[in-house]
Structure formats: C-alpha cells, structure tokens
Ligand binder design. Structure first.
Ligand code: NOJ
Length: 546
C-alpha cells in the first residue's frame, strides 16, 4: 500500500449538510455547523468526511442542481466558512471529500440560461438537444424521477435531455469544453485543499448517440460504459495530479467495468459505490434473500480481492434507513442496527457511515404528504395518485422507501429539535428522540453509537480486518451471514444472525476461539451454535490451524 492509498485503511463518514447541525438557527444545517461538530467526528474515530453537495443551487434536488460550482450556497454559508471548515477538519486529522454532480447542472446555471436562448450561443452545445415540436418527446427515454426525460425549449424549437429532474439539464460530455470546465472546477477545489471527490451519477454520462427508443426507458439510454471511458480519461490527469481520492457513484455498473474503472494503473476510481446489494433488498422487501446476498457480496469481495478495493455501505442520503429496511426496527431496533453494522463494516473494503446510522436511527416514517420535501417522493406521490393508487397505500410506500426517511436532522440531545437547531427544522425529526441521540448514546455502553465506535476502532487497529482475505463460511440457511478474515496467519470470524428468529448451526466450531465483540449483553445466552435474533459476534480464531 502506498501513501496515496491512505483510504484503504480509513473509515468514511457521509454528512448531509442540511441536516447535520444548524449553527445560525435558521432551521437548516450549515458548514459552520459541521465545524462545530469536529470533536464528535474525532470521537467516532472516522478518517474522512464526504460532504453531500453544498454548492450554490436551485434547491430542486437538494443541492444536486448546481447553479455555481465555485461557490457555497448561502443557506450553508460562504467560501470563507468552507475554508475555515477544511482547516478545522484537517487540523483534527480528517480528510475532506466533496460531492460533484457531473451529469447535469441546474436549469438556473448561467451555462444553461445562455444555452437555451439560441442555437448559436457558445453554451448551447454544453447540453443535449433534439428537435421538438413542443408536444411530443423526441423518444421514449424517461427520467430517474419519472416522466419523460425531455422538456421542450420553444426558443430554439428543441427539447433538452434531463436524466433527473426537469430543472437538471444533462451536460453534453461529448463536448470537450464541458470536460475542460469540470477539470477546472476540480482543480479549483483541489487548490482549496480538498482531498477527494465523490463523482455523482457517473453511469449516466454517456447517452445513446442514435436517440432511438429503448427497451427499458429508465436505464437503457445511458449504460454505455465503454463510451464513458473517454470522459473519465479526460478527468484522470487533474485527479491524479492532485492525489485525490476518487469515489464514483456507479449505479448499474457491471463487474467487468468496475474492475477496469478501479484498476490501480489504468482506471480512474479508487472506490466505487455500486448498488447490487441494495437492489437485492429492494426486490425482496419482506425477507432478506440470504443465499443471493451471500453470493452477491462474496462475488464482489473476491472479484476485487487482489486487484482493487471495495467500498462498503448500507445507507446514504438516497436510501431508507438500514435498521427499518433490512433490520428489525420494531422488535430489535438496537440489536439489528448493531448487527448490520458489524456485518458490512468488517468485510474487506473502506466502510462508509451515513450520519445518524451510528445512532441506529430508523426511518422517519412520515404520515402526511406535507411532511415530505424530496422531489422524487413528491413526484412519485403525484404519479401514483394520478394512476388511481389509494393515498394510504402511496403514503405507506413512501414511509418505507422515501429518501426523506434518512434526511431528517441529526439528533444531538433529547431537547427540542434534537439540539440540531432552536428554530423549527426544514424537515421533521425521526421519532424516538428521547433515547436515540448523541448525548444519551455516548453515555450508554450498550448503545448503537458505542458499538459503532468499537467497530471502527477494531477495523482500524486489526490488520486482518483491514487487509485480510475474505472468505465466506456458507451456512446454507436463511439466517446467518458468516465470514472469515485472514492475514498472515491471523484469523477472525464474523457471525451475524440477520433474522429475528433464533438460528442454530453446526457449520462451524468456535470453542477454541475468543469472543472479541458481541451486541448481546454478557448475561445473554451465548451458546456457540445458537445465535440469538440479530446477534453479531466477532471471534479471534487464534488457535485455528492454517
Ligand atoms: C445522485 C445523488 O446522490 C442524488 O441525491 C441525486 O438526486 C442524483 N444523483 C441526481 O443528482
């Protein structure tokens, strides 16, 4: 491992700035609010933060519709606040990763404002256009947020493409001027001291050049990964020159492409956020498909084993809370949050923790459409109602799946608004404030937060848990996920019951090993072959034969 691969031994923490901490009491989190919590990040033991998009924005897609890539949105503060924040984070030993939406800008961005005025404007070719009569979309392509991916622009007799919201026109990456703009933006932030980027939506960049109808109108028009390679190659020099950590958000990427993109010599990314495991859960709502999950995650673990490095995550600002979705937030909220933490974090790779995950926060589970802020959720509600789905059913789906479930304010104390602000926050809080907050969990040795601190400490101090080979121990059942990590003869084993029922197994013998961490209290039954619901155990197999 070289110095520039520091991230292989690091734990990352994602901050959603709207909801982290509000320093100026306007109900919205901000950059000085992050600075006020640097000591907390240090106490957690994480090594870098990825801060979700905070550039000047049109506020349609929560900061991912950028109007100026070289400024901080006033709701989050100023560039001076950013400079102070990065200084404070660096002084505390934390590295800083920014989020960069490459695929689109805001429709309020000066580039698009100029582009839409006339075909001969120099910025026109920054975006993707097709002739339009103003009525019929040029083809059947749909946006990720629903409805046609085209919006008419009468001034030029065309329609522009938007893979996401109407207010997020897609950039034309075929245009070298666009590539140069993004290179310059990356250099500008690198000069301000940032340590890396999470490049948003990279699997959307390359569009089918024939603009013909596609079989799956949501995905099929932008999954040309070979065609994406030149765009990524254009960014590589600026990223490499500045020794930046490069994380790609790569929904839908296939393994062969992932291997190429992650190749330490030829590739561009250090870490890829791929969503295979998330889709398993999405498709199997009531029960975790353990066999498929074991196969899938092990496949990624082994494919990158000697070749590249995995990113490990179970939450982010686009997903519901793991404890509600994958765990058992009703019968085993604490234990299942801890079990999920051990399960994913001790695999081989760099773990990401999304703010509040370390507290075991469940879904916000809002009851009224007025509680929602996320445009994707609001669009979904509108479309479903128009299609005749009863409102109660739609609200039920949103309560399970909406992105707002994980975008609520971080609860710091049991006080009003969770100590996030003294002003009513921009979105409601997650229920359960009295027990699920930083202050209370910090002083509870059995809390989810304390368990996460222990996991982070172990992950960072035990070479086998960082660098060791991953091996699945297949228990051939529907409950257990068991794997081993081995490094220079030092062997560790993780045993997690990912169900709310007792699990019994004869598949392994742990009598000669030492139990290092468990999420069950000491008085609980810890029979080797009987694993309690959502019990998680980490063993050190010192006496195991090689
Ligand atoms: C991915 C971001 O994570 C998500 O929040 C956003 O809506 C889309 N990209 C579009 O920018």
């Amino acid at each position: 491992m070289t110095d520039t691969q520091w991230w292989r031994q690091a734990v990352g923490y994602q901050i959603y700035p709207q909801s982290f901490f509000d320093s100026n009491q306007d109900g919205i989190g901000d950059l000085p609010g992050i600075q006020a919590k640097v000591a907390y990040l240090q106490s957690l033991g994480v090594d870098f933060v990825w801060i979700s998009s905070f550039y000047a924005s049109g506020h349609v897609d929560s900061g991912y519709d950028v109007t100026n890539y070289r400024d901080v949105d006033p709701q989050f503060g100023t560039l001076a606040d950013f400079d102070a924040l990065i200084q404070a984070l660096h002084a505390a030993g934390l590295k800083v990763v920014l989020d960069l939406a490459l695929n689109h800008t805001s429709d309020q961005h000066p580039w698009f404002q100029a582009a839409r005025r006339a075909k001969d404007d120099p910025h026109h070719d920054y975006y993707i256009w097709q002739p339009s009569d103003g009525q019929t979309p040029p083809n059947n392509w749909e946006s990720v947020f629903g409805d046609s991916a085209w919006t008419a622009n009468p001034a030029t007799g065309e329609a522009y493409l938007h893979s996401f919201a109407v207010a997020q026109p897609d950039l034309n990456w075929e245009n070298p001027a666009v590539q140069r703009e993004m290179q310059a933006i990356i250099q500008w932030w690198a000069d301000r001291g940032v340590d890396g980027f999470r490049l948003d939506g990279v699997t959307h960049l390359k569009k089918n050049a024939d603009f013909a109808d596609v079989a799956n109108p949501r995905t099929d028009y932008a999954r040309d990964f070979a065609g994406t390679a030149p765009y990524l190659a254009a960014l590589k020099p600026v990223l490499t020159r500045n020794h930046l950590l490069v994380i790609g958000e790569a929904g839908g990427v296939d393994m062969a492409t992932a291997k190429q993109w992650l190749d330490p010599e030829q590739g561009i990314f250090d870490l890829l956020l791929e969503f295979d495991h998330v889709h398993f859960w999405e498709a199997n709502e009531s029960k975790l498909p353990m066999t498929a999950l074991r196969e899938n995650l092990s496949k990624w673990q082994l494919a990158l084993e000697n070749h590249a490095w995995n990113a490990l995550f179970i939450e982010n600002h686009d997903l519901p809370r793991a404890v509600s979705y994958y765990g058992d937030g009703t019968a085993y909220p604490r234990r299942s949050a801890q079990a999920l933490g051990m399960w994913y974090m001790l695999m081989k790779g760099t773990p990401f923790i999304y703010q509040g995950q370390e507290l075991g926060l469940p879904n916000a589970h809002f009851h009224h459409i007025q509680d929602y802020r996320d445009l994707d959720s609001l669009n979904y509600y509108r479309r479903q109602l128009a299609a005749g789905t009863p409102e109660t059913a739609v609200l039920g789906q949103l309560a399970t799946k909406s992105r707002d479930n994980a975008r609520t304010p971080m609860p710091w104390t049991p006080d009003q608004y969770g100590g996030f602000s003294t002003h009513q926050p921009w979105i409601g809080l997650t229920p359960g404030l009295a027990t699920r907050n930083v202050q209370v969990e910090q002083s509870d040795p059995h809390s989810v937060l304390t368990f996460y601190q222990q996991l982070i400490q172990l992950k960072k101090s035990v070479p086998a848990l960082q660098l060791g080979r991953y091996e699945l121990i297949d228990t051939h059942d529907n409950q257990l996920y068991v794997y081993r990590r081995s490094y220079n003869g030092d062997n560790w084993q993780v045993v997690v019951n990912m169900s709310s029922q007792l699990a019994t197994t004869q598949e392994f013998d742990l009598t000669a090993s030492e139990l290092i961490l468990t999420n069950l209290r000491v008085d609980a039954d810890s029979d080797d072959q009987e694993i309690q619901p959502w019990e998680a155990r980490l063993y050190h197999l010192r006496k195991l034969e090689q």
